[in-house]
Design a protein around this ligand. Structure first.
Ligand code: MG
Length: 476
């Protein structure tokens, strides 16, 4: 193994995590002006933590679960939320969360006339950000991503509010030339090359572009704001009867409906994205810095094995085949390790997310960012297609939850806890979120945090939203 790769692996084994970076500076809007806790620590604004509560939230020993308190502002739809800090793997809680109702205002017409149709629409928004190598990117994304989504949707106000299907999608520069509400009378001949796409596809495209713009903002401002690290991002947008769940990273969303589990995301890791990464390395071998090979082998190859045959697979293969070992095959594999230990270039365990622009292979000048994608996969769930009851929920969780609690166990907790509360009790979803966090964290025993079955509890930061899909007060 090459010395610097060996050093990177040693760093990982020592639990230092992905990428090195100084702790970021104080974040605007975080914490409390009078709080003596570290300025790099802040929690979601909707928790409204007092300085004392903020200190408790930052305590790795007690690991107190945090939720919006009774009597304070309730989250939209009576959404439940709970979080807990890690068991010491990083100085502060690097997860962040955001919950907002956002108004998308129609752009003023270029000729200054009043809009002839509605002025805009609202969307509901919930998001979790799981930071690594510092909390700077996660904090910035938690404060900005919904604004980027809003900005992208502004282009679509007229189209989305037009009830006549199918929509004719005119580019903004074309629409800018029309009066408000004016419909081109020669639409088909003039715009016959425009593809008729669904409203749904346009919203998906807007969310995808918002992630890209968010990533670019982090890149632009990382020096002036001294932002370090990156983050996974999982966002749920409710708009006009549909949920759009966008995931970039290893957080997860599931719907539990009448006891049935409906996956709303998939994780993006070196294992799940192996072929995309290998293909990029195959096309641009210079990104590997002459130290890595894009081929995958079942184990590390020793120099004495040169000329022998070994199983391998490349960017085109799902199965395995034999090849004769050559000099190049002795390089460290682009993807190495299994499960949660799988890493890209021995450095990072997630392959999509925001930030990480300065992330390099340890002690080298090899950049990781080209292999990471900021684009989410967006899944759509139409709420109008099914009559939901108050026990139907969308659960969003960071990997701290899912590492120790599987989908079925989460569904079991949801049903068990909700049964104990009246269907119209607005606190019931907070109780579910708290229970999910407590059961995944475990209880502190002599041998650390332990689950009910005595297995190791999650030592990671854990953040959970529980969003009711049916019941009074929703969809407004
Ligand atoms: Mg995590």
């Amino acid at each position: 193994m090459l010395p610097r790769v060996r050093a990177a692996v040693a760093q990982l084994v020592a639990g230092l995590g992905a990428g090195a970076g100084a702790e970021p500076p104080a974040e605007p809007g975080g914490g409390d002006g009078g709080s003596p806790v570290s300025p790099s620590f802040c929690r979601p604004a909707f928790l409204q933590l007092s300085p004392e509560e903020l200190r408790r939230a930052d305590d790795h020993t007690g690991r107190a679960v945090q939720s919006p308190r009774d009597g304070r502002r309730r989250l939209p739809w009576s959404t439940g939320y709970a979080e807990v800090i890690n068991a010491g793997k990083s100085q502060h809680n690097e997860d962040q969360a955001c919950c907002e109702v956002v108004f998308v205002e129609r752009r003023p017409s270029p000729r200054g006339r009043l809009p002839s149709r509605g002025k805009g629409f609202y969307f509901h928004y919930w998001a979790l950000f799981d930071g690594h190598a510092g909390s700077g990117a996660a904090v910035m994304a938690s404060k900005r991503l919904h604004l980027h989504i809003c900005e992208q949707l502004r282009e679509l106000v007229d189209i989305l509010q037009d009830p006549s299907p199918p929509p004719i999608c005119l580019p903004p520069e074309t629409r800018a030339g029309l009066d408000d509400g004016e419909v081109p009378n020669n639409t088909m001949p003039r715009f016959h090359l425009e593809k008729a796409v669904s409203h749904e596809s346009l919203v998906i495209g807007a969310i995808e572009n918002a992630f890209k713009h968010m990533d670019e903002q982090i890149e632009r401002e990382r020096a002036s704001q001294r932002l370090s690290g990156g983050c996974c991002a999982l966002a749920a947008v409710y708009l006009m009867g549909k949920f759009y769940v966008a995931n970039a990273g290893d957080s997860r969303a599931i719907i539990i409906r009448n006891g049935e589990i409906i996956p709303m995301s998939r994780e993006f890791t070196p294992e799940t994205e192996r072929q995309r990464l290998q293909f990029l390395a195959f096309l641009r071998p210079e990104l590997l810095g002459k130290e890595f090979t894009h081929l995958e082998f079942p184990r590390r190859i020793q120099p004495k094995e040169l000329g022998k045959k070994m199983l391998y697979r490349d960017q085109n293969m799902n199965g395995w085949a034999y090849k004769k070992i050559e000099e190049d095959d002795l390089k460290f594999p682009l993807i190495y390790g299994e499960g949660k230990k799988a890493r890209v270039m021995a450095t990072i365990g997630v392959t999509r997310g925001l930030g990480d622009h300065d992330l390099k292979v340890f002690s080298s000048n090899i950049h990781i960012k080209p292999f990471l994608s900021c684009f989410p996969e967006v899944r759509v769930y139409d709420l109008t297609q099914y009559e939901h009851c108050p026990d139907d929920v969308l659960v969003l969780g960071t990997d701290g939850l899912w590492d120790v609690t599987n989908d079925k166990e989460v569904a079991g907790v949801v049903m068990e806890v909700l049964t104990g509360y009246e269907p119209n009790d607005p606190c019931r979803y907070t109780m579910v979120a708290q229970e999910l966090v407590v059961r995944s964290r475990g209880m502190l025993k002599e041998r650390g945090w332990r689950l009910a079955n005595d297995k190791l509890g999650s030592g990671d930061d854990i953040s959970v939203f529980v969003i009711p899909l049916g019941g009074p007060g929703n969809y407004t």
